[in-house]
Structure formats: structure tokens, C-alpha cells
Design a binder for this molecule. Structure first.
Ligand SMILES: [Zn+2]
Ligand SMILES: [Zn+2]
Length: 245
């Protein structure tokens, strides 16, 4: 059984007491964090201790997806200094930008790169990567574990190949950064209308709207997406857990 927990889901910056992008994937005592945005390190500890984490996979190097990597490195080195037991920890990122070289830290954090050429195995998970349309290099991920598939769009504007990459996922975690009328697509993001199109083509069993805007009523996003997609739609919120059997 795989479990996905929403650690943080805000677009750009965290609301009070919350976090930007972070999703905890757990299977059989293996703990993997997808993205590590602002506030994630604090929120994560509600569900998993820093020392029990095994891996972090970063989609891209915008602050709202990796701001807490520095504090995370400090947590590792300080806990090691105090003699605390900890799992080995590897951060996975792409090498398209220089930020990659800052991921490894002393002997407490390792770094490994990924690309869209070949899948990689991380613990019990197999990851395929696919470059999105965003102002900086960013990768969507297709994650397989036993017979379950989770797809994470990371940040992207809509394009047909992204829907092909997300095809038939058991859970599709999609960014939904604005309402139908918000002018955000030119910034490399999707409105609810774009997400409706994505979901109608990809046909996931369960669609999770995340990377949500700081205005309006999120329930409206769900309604706008539902105009094009009649499957299960959830709105991200802190601590939301989804079990995939
Ligand atoms: Zn971004
Ligand atoms: Zn973002």
C-alpha cells in the first residue's frame, strides 16, 4: 500500500502556518518527499521525523519547491552531531541548472541527478521524468509502486504531451494555480480550465488539485474542473492523506 500525504500545497508562498509544495510518499517504511518548499520542513514533522526521511525528489529549483532544502541540511548535520540515528538521505534533482551542486551537503546529504532519458529506482518507487513547460527547467514525474501509479505534474502550463504522460494514473496530483478567468497560463501554470482539459485526456482514477491560489474559494476550482472531468476530484489541504491499495 502506498500512502500520499499533502504536506503543503500553496502557490508561490505559504499561508499562515502552512507550506508550499511538499508531498510525502510512503510505502513499507520508506519515506520519500516530493518537493520541499517553504514551510515544508516544519509541516513534514507532523507525519514523519526528519531523521526517518529516505529521499527527496525535486521537480525544479523555484523557491516554492525547494526553499527548505537549506534548513533540512542543517537539521541533518545537527542531528548527526547530537548522535541521533538517521536514515541515509539522498536528494534527487535535475542538472539543467547549477542549483544541483548545492543539494549534497557534507557527509549527511547525498545528491543524485535524474533526466528524462531513463527511469530510476528510488526505494520501492520507479520514477519516470518528463520536462514540463515552465519558465525554468521543471520535470513532471510518473511514479510506480507495485501496481499503483501516481503522476505529479509539478509546475507547467497545459500541453497535450503532458496529458499523455499522465495517462490512466491512479492518482494525478496536478497544479491548479488559478481560476478559469485568471491570466496565469503565460507564466507556465494551469487554470482550472487547463486542468479540466488535462484530466479529460489523461483520465485518472483520482484527481488531486494542488499548488492552489491565494484568492477566492477553492471549491470553485473543483466545480470548474468538473465541467470537463467527471471522475473523483479532491482539493489539496494540509494533512490530506490518500491511500492507494
Ligand atoms: Zn515553478
Ligand atoms: Zn510552484
Amino acid at each position: 500500500m502506498m500512502k500520499v500525504t499533502v504536506v503543503g500545497y500553496w502557490h508561490g508562498y505559504p499561508e499562515k502556518g502552512e507550506a508550499t509544495s511538499g508531498y510525502l510518499l510512503q510505502h513499507d517504511h520508506y519515506n520519500l518527499l516530493l518537493d520541499c518548499g517553504s514551510g515544508v520542513l516544519s509541516q513534514l514533522q507532523k507525519y514523519c521525523s526528519v531523521n526517518e526521511l529516505n529521499a527527496i525528489v525535486l521537480s525544479h529549483y523555484h523557491h516554492d519547491h525547494q526553499a527548505d532544502i537549506g534548513p533540512f541540511q542543517y537539521a541533518r548535520i545537527m542531528n548527526k552531531g547530537m548522535g541521533k540515528e538517521m536514515n541515509d538521505l539522498t536528494i534527487y534533482g535535475h542538472r539543467d541548472e547549477e542549483a544541483f551542486v548545492k543539494l549534497a551537503y557534507h557527509d549527511v546529504v547525498k545528491a543524485m541527478s535524474y533526466d528524462d532519458q531513463a527511469p530510476i529506482t528510488i526505494g520501492p518507487f520507479t520514477f519516470h521524468f518528463f520536462k514540463t513547460q515552465h519558465p525554468v527547467p521543471c520535470y513532471a514525474m510518473r511514479i510506480e509502486c507495485q501496481n499503483q501509479t501516481v503522476v505529479y505534474t509539478a509546475d507547467s502550463s497545459y500541453f497535450d504531451e503532458l496529458a499523455d504522460f499522465a495517462k490512466d494514473a491512479d492518482l494525478l496530483i496536478t497544479e491548479c494555480s488559478g481560476y478559469a478567468s485568471d491570466p496565469i497560463t503565460q507564466f507556465g501554470h494551469m487554470t482550472s480550465t487547463c486542468v479540466g482539459k488535462l484530466a479529460a485526456k489523461a483520465k485518472p482514477t483520482h484527481l488531486l488539485l494542488s499548488h492552489l491560489p491565494h484568492h477566492g474559494d477553492h471549491e470553485q476550482l473543483r466545480q470548474e474542473v468538473a465541467e470537463s472531468f467527471n471522475g473523483t476530484i479532491s482539493l489539496a489541504k494540509s494533512g490530506l492523506g490518500i491511500r492507494l491499495l
